[in-house]
Write a protein that binds this ligand. Structure first.
Ligand code: 6PG
Length: 252
């Protein structure tokens, strides 16, 4: 298990650094296997990245026709709802790209458990897995909330503890409360996880992720440690300063 790596940048540079990392991961996977699988997150931090990747100069950087786009989590809302992670990614990025393989979490489903099981079935079918197989994403893009949650794995919730499913129904403290989320075992099967964190409000959680005190329960984001993969934390200066983290990049 490789140690997570943290790099600090001015907030304005974060989208470009992240875009290079996304393009590098996806190109490498397509060169090796002819296909790449990436899971996206929602929230506000990835928005500038999605906009950048949709620009003409970045369009050719990623072999999008060979990329399967999935989601790390979704709110239980329709795809055209302003809180939809799919809706946000489609409007800023996917609607501008020649992507042919989009696998949406159906947040609008009346039965979230059924939607979670349906996504599991789709993961197993597309990845060619047996009933106990776990998908290995080439890249999972994650954010972190000020409470240390990631995807829709919130501290102290049942979804965080799920180990025998690929997708779980999560509960968020803030609305929309009902979420669908990849589980920790799937996140920890990834080849590469890219955390994008910006803003001083994330400082306390970031400090706890990188310097958890003995006996302190690890935050969900700190539990993302792929067994055969790597984690890169791209953090802006405000979050790093608020967390008391300094350059040079720190590995845990
Ligand atoms: C979501 C995201 C969530 C997000 C964090 C950080 O559905 O909201 O997947 O995990 O990454 O809440 O959100 P911000 O980027 O808005 O701070």
């Amino acid at each position: 298990m490789k140690s997570p790596f943290l790099a600090v940048y001015p907030v304005g540079d974060l989208p470009k650094v992240a875009a290079h990392e996304v393009a590098r991961c996806l190109r490498k996977a397509v060169q090796r296997r002819g296909v790449a699988h990436m899971a996206l997150s929602g929230g506000s931090t990835p928005r500038p990245l999605y906009r950048l990747l949709a620009t003409p100069e970045w369009l050719a950087a990623v072999p999008w026709a060979q990329v399967h786009v999935w989601w790390a989590d979704e709110r239980c809302v329709p795809p055209d709802h302003h809180e939809s992670n799919y809706g946000m990614a489609y409007s800023l990025l996917l609607g501008h790209l020649p992507v042919q393989h989009i696998h949406r979490l159906h947040g609008e489903a009346a039965d979230p458990e059924a939607a979670a099981r349906a996504y599991e079935d789709e993961l197993r079918r597309v990845f060619g897995l047996g009933p106990r197989g776990r998908p290995r994403f080439d890249l999972i893009l994650l954010g972190m909330g000020a409470d240390g949650h990631t995807a829709s794995l919130f501290p102290g919730t049942a979804a965080l503890a799920v180990r025998n499913r690929l997708v779980a129904v999560g509960q968020a403290p803030q609305p929309p409360h009902c979420r669908l989320t990849l589980t920790l075992p799937v996140l920890n099967r990834a080849a590469r996880v890219l955390f994008l964190v910006a803003g001083a409000d994330k400082g306390p959680a970031l400090a706890q992720v990188w310097r958890s005190a003995p006996g302190q329960a690890p935050l969900p984001a700190a539990l993302v440690r792929p067994t055969r993969g790597s984690v890169l934390w791209l953090v802006d200066e405000a979050a790093a300063a608020a967390a008391g983290l300094k350059e040079p990049p720190i590995t845990q």
